[in-house]
Design a binder for this molecule. Structure first.
Ligand SMILES: [Zn+2]
Length: 450
């Protein structure tokens, strides 16, 4: 490429969000369509399409709360045509008829400013406002297009700012042909299990280990046939090639994502800092014994010098729910999860995604003494009235209850919800130690079809 041509090249970041409804549509599918369209127009991709999951704890989230960013290079005379193509694709494919679907698109040119990187982080971990997004768009001369209320502009800008330069993962998503959508997905479960056995050191959440359920296929009528998550683009592509499909794949794309990275969780230094809608990691000592409520959910509370907060392990979280039942007052834990605001029925609650048991309190049980004459366990004659032996009749007002340190079932360590109930962002146990420190240097050759 000569210097003259280089000057005409523009770097463009295209972010969009909120195009789907709870039942239909899929923002990743619009991205997949655009990968094909923009490539054929002569744009080159500077990165895999970025699939950025935003704070799953905001009250107005769409289905997976995933926003998309395409990062391309193109000749400057193509910019207008590309913007038009993107706007058309969103307009044609978004679920505009659904109330609450408010798509937005943001176009940013050249480098991504630090302010937008910071905005992205706050959109993943907390709650941001539209006016802040609009101010940044104006300051940095980005362009935004909103449909209806245009709330998707927030996610679109956040997807641009989230450079995934720290820990990240990949997902290959295969899409169904239009006539198959809404019908049961035809993938041989045995091939998913074989793929999982061969690749599980570098993929994650293919199969739920407790139930054996296949997790790569969604269940709704959306266009996704399956998505396979893993540590690098090569492995998710190999895993996809191992599957035996009984229906055609219309297209597939490899996305770079923040799935399985815990990017939404922010560590706070005290319980007083826990805020509704801001997912946290917070330490405290168990202050109230766990209670099993209707539906099998477990609620307990933790406390430190600044206050207390309820923690809830929901029944579908499986092992996490079981572990929570074994907590006693005094156990020191670290709670990870989204924060629900207080309501009439409950106070501010951390919905547990995972929990670290830091210290297990000793459990002391008191027993009646054994009879000094015959060895039988004695009966109490009432508080402060001493004990008597039912076998030999020996009585004593001197003997006292015996304290015995009970064994605790609970072990220190990290406990994570079962893969079947993990959020997109939850880092599964198997990913601990696989975290990445930087963005990839270059892309693999074939990362999408067609
Ligand atoms: Zn006795």
């Amino acid at each position: 490429m000569t210097g003259v041509e280089l000057k005409l090249m523009i770097e463009m970041h295209i972010g969009f969000d909120d195009t789907d409804s709870p039942k239909r549509g899929c923002t990743t599918y619009i991205a997949a369509l655009l990968v094909e369209k923009l490539s054929s127009m002569g744009a080159s991709f500077a990165d895999y399409p970025n699939l950025v999951r935003l704070n799953p704890n905001v009250p107005w989230k769409t289905r997976g709360n995933g926003a998309l960013c395409l990062r391309i290079r193109c000749r400057d005379n193509l910019v207008d045509k590309i913007m038009e193509t993107v706007i058309d694709a969103v307009e044609e494919n978004a679920e505009l008829g659904y109330e609450g679907t408010d798509p937005g698109i943001v176009f940013l040119f050249n480098n991504v400013p630090q302010e937008i990187v910071g905005f992205a982080k706050r959109t993943v971990q907390g709650v941001v406002e539209m006016k802040e997004a609009l101010r940044l768009i104006k300051t940095f001369r980005a362009e935004a297009v909103g449909f209806k209320k245009g709330r998707g502009i927030i996610g679109g800008l956040a997807a641009i700012g989230e450079n995934l330069n720290k820990d990240h993962t990949y997902e290959i998503i295969a899409y169904r042909t239009p006539e198959k959508r809404g019908t049961p997905r035809k993938i041989q479960a045995s091939s998913v299990k074989e793929m999982n056995e061969k690749t599980s050191s570098v993929t994650f959440n293919n199969v739920d280990p407790e139930t054996g359920r296949v997790l790569i296929t969604p269940r709704g009528p959306d266009p996704i046939l399956y998505g396979i998550r893993g540590e690098n683009p090569e492995v998710v592509k190999q895993a996809h090639e191992m599957l035996r499909r009984e229906e055609a794949v219309e297209r597939w794309v490899i996305f770079r994502t923040n799935h399985g990275t815990d990017a939404h969780l922010r560590k706070v230094s005290s319980i007083g800092e826990v805020q509704p809608y801001n997912p946290v990691v917070v330490q405290g000592a168990v202050a109230k014994e766990p209670q099993v409520i209707q539906g099998g959910h477990v609620i307990f509370s933790i406390r430190d010098g600044t206050g207390d907060v309820d923690c809830a392990a929901y029944e579908p979280t499986g092992n996490l729910c079981e572990i929570s039942k074994n907590l006693i007052v005094g156990d020191l834990v670290e709670a990870f999860g989204g924060v629900r605001p207080a309501s009439l029925r409950h106070s501010v609650t951390v919905n547990l995604e995972k929990m670290r048991i830091l210290k297990v309190a000793p459990k002391t049980t008191f027993f009646n003494p054994t009879c000094p004459e015959c060895g039988r366990r004695m009966k109490s004659m009432g508080t402060g009235k001493g004990f008597r032996c039912e076998k030999c009749g020996f009585r004593s007002s001197q003997l006292e209850k015996v304290a015995v340190k009970g064994k605790r079932e609970l072990k220190r360590g990290l406990y994570v919800t079962s893969p079947r109930s993990q959020r997109h962002l939850t880092k599964p146990l198997c990913r601990y130690g696989r975290e990445k420190a930087g963005a990839p240097k270059k892309m693999i050759k074939d990362w999408h079809f067609p």
